[in-house]
Ligand binder design. Sequence first.
Ligand SMILES: [Zn+2]
Ligand SMILES: [Zn+2]
Length: 321
Amino acid sequence: MGFAAFMGGLFSTLKFIGRSLGHVAAPVVKAIVQGARDFVNGVVIGFNEGMRDEPKSAQERNERELQQVNEEIMALREIHKRQGGLNDQQKRRHAILKERRDVLNQEISAIDKFSTAEEIVQEGKNYHPIVISDANAHILQYHVGQSAYNKLCQCGRVMVLQWNRSVATAGLNDFFWGCSGYYIKVDGRSVCHRTQKLTTDDLNLFANLNRPEFEIDSASLTRETINPVRARRIRQALDSIKGAQQSERIGIATYRCPVHGESLRLRRKNQSSDQLLDEYFLGCPRWLPDNAGCNFLVKLKSAAQISSVLDSEQRQGVLSV
Ligand SMILES: [Zn+2]
Ligand SMILES: [Zn+2]
């Protein structure tokens, strides 16, 4: 039995982004931590008999299988394009693969939720209610592009937190939700273009505030990050994460492609740039040249996002590098 079978109520009523941000009215934070604890205990008890793997190794196994499934789906797509169709056997195989991908995605999402709940239990005392304003908008920005739970578009697909990237320092009005259907193209056109404004409710958060980056304001964080000496150390740290991901063929688990489910890979732009705030991005491993693959990507255009990537891989943000 998989993790998805144990999913309880915690995530059916609350929105979560990544591992450390929840949308909830301030007075019930205690109840959330308790809810996370019950949830984690429930999963652990449920697994005591039939558990095959620890969540972490189960997640890696799922991800490896997902890679193979996606590769095979894309190979069939290639055949379809070349020959103008698939034969019956290929069609059956395609249907089986798509079904398997749905199951794996559900399982991966369930284990990610489990890790989120674990983090809330372990870090409970560092979680505090906070109201996002222009001055601390980087707390929201830190989570841009991370997997969001329970925030769905009218079309049923998950929505991804986005921000208007043409502005240097984002204010509250620059954030919005965008449907992940934007990244699914049929005949070159996105299947869904819907966006939603953030509501006041979306700005009432509870978050793990135990990060030096959250103790200063947005503008100071940007200034500290692009300081040339620090920028050099940040580049070294990012390049070493990138190298490790290439050799292990696995990405950053807090960021997943909403279409393929695989963890995103840290990449550096080809054209040389010394602009740290637009030098790296996270891309789907199913990317192919000439728009032949997946175009989902998260640009790392802010100090907060770079901090989040460092934090999820090395447990340190930009200010501790
Ligand atoms: Zn949609
Ligand atoms: Zn993708």
